[in-house]
Design a protein around this ligand. Structure first.
Ligand SMILES: [Zn+2]
Length: 83
């Protein structure tokens, strides 16, 4: 049988664990500079894809097919990635 005091302890531990998934300094530090650059590049690509209203019929078809409003056709995806 679990006492009330033990129950409180478990509850608090669970809350801390949940908080840890949102912000874990140890995990943040573990990221390599390369990973950070990749994340930055990915966010810039996403920003470019959102800001540029260069949507052709192929883009629209991809969006419908994938159910993803940010999907691009091969041509525009390559453009968004800087090729
Ligand atoms: Zn396109």
């Amino acid at each position: 049988m679990t006492s009330n005091r033990e129950k409180r302890k478990i509850g608090r531990g669970g809350a801390l664990k949940l908080k840890g998934t949102d912000w874990d300094p140890a995990q943040f530090r573990a990221k390599t500079p390369t990973e950070k650059l990749q994340e930055l590049a990915a966010s810039e690509i996403a920003a470019t894809a959102y800001s540029e209203e260069s949507v052709c019929s192929e883009c629209a078809a991809e969006r419908t097919r994938l159910g993803d409003d940010t999907a691009l056709c091969a041509t525009h995806l390559a453009q968004a990635m800087g090729f």
